[in-house]
Design a protein around this ligand. Structure first.
Ligand code: DC
Length: 225
């Protein structure tokens, strides 16, 4: 499941996984945890690239694959709440654009996917930006979710308000646009739909509406055992 932020990827991915008894992996959370390690090392966007890369690649990021209780850890500490805050959100696109950082995390993601496929009967739903293009090019179903900038910013704003993070509409819209520009123009694995992805525009679709379409696709492809 790929697409820019605010398309409802996390919500529908978790619900889809729960529906089919599948595992779930949030790869964005892994890039965010690695970014938190960079910040904790006292580094920021102006720091030398080699120091940022060393801190991110050396980060001990642990990721659970239960869709009902997704867990993300840095050095064994639960960092779910901290990785959603402003400082990480501001820096994560820059950190995730470095080749060695992507290589390290993609390898880890592929291991987690292989473990889930080996251990559980239900498969795995993986969400991110380069899942269909790089991480799991052989996936049985690739979905690319889209929505207009305004709708995505409004969803992000609601999420932030619910989590008690203060934001305003204009700042959220500017941040959504900034991050998408960086994520889709970076040299390595930029955000784009895989050639064989099913593109779903979620502007006028509710979460149950998107989920219904996904369940139809999973069933139609014979991915349910
Ligand atoms: O899905 P998210 O907003 O939590 O992702 C945070 C950032 O991580 C996003 O701006 C780009 C990066 N990312 C990535 O480069 N590749 C992925 N597979 C997932 C996320």
């Amino acid at each position: 499941m790929d697409g820019p932020s605010g398309t409802g990827k996390s919500t529908v991915s978790r619900r889809l996984a729960t529906t089919f008894g599948a595992a779930y992996l949030d790869t964005g959370a892994m890039y965010r945890a690695a970014t938190l390690a960079v910040l904790r090392a006292g580094l920021d966007e102006n720091s030398p690239a080699d120091e940022v890369i060393a801190a991110a690649v050396g980060a001990k990021v642990g990721s659970g694959t239960d869709p009902q209780a997704p867990a993300i850890e840095l050095d064994g500490e639960d960092v779910e709440s901290e990785i959603r805050g402003g400082p990480v959100t501001k820096l994560v696109s820059a950190v995730s654009a470095y080749v060695p950082v992507r290589a390290a995390l993609v390898e880890r993601q592929q291991e987690l996917i292989a473990d889930a496929l080996r251990e559980g009967p239900g498969g795995i739903v993986v969400e991110g930006r380069d899942i269909g293009t790089v991480v799991a090019p052989d996936a049985g179903l690739k979905v690319y979710l889209t929505a207009s900038d305004e709708v995505r910013a409004a969803r992000r704003h609601r999420q932030d308000s619910k989590a008690g993070r203060a934001t305003d509409d204009a700042t959220t819209l500017a941040d959504v646009r900034r991050r998408d520009r960086l994520d889709s123009t970076r040299a390595v694995s930029p955000l784009h739909a895989a050639a064989d992805a099913v593109v779903i525009d979620t502007d006028h679709l509710s979460v149950p509406g998107v989920l219904e379409e996904l369940i139809r696709l999973v069933t139609e492809r014979g991915l349910v055992r």
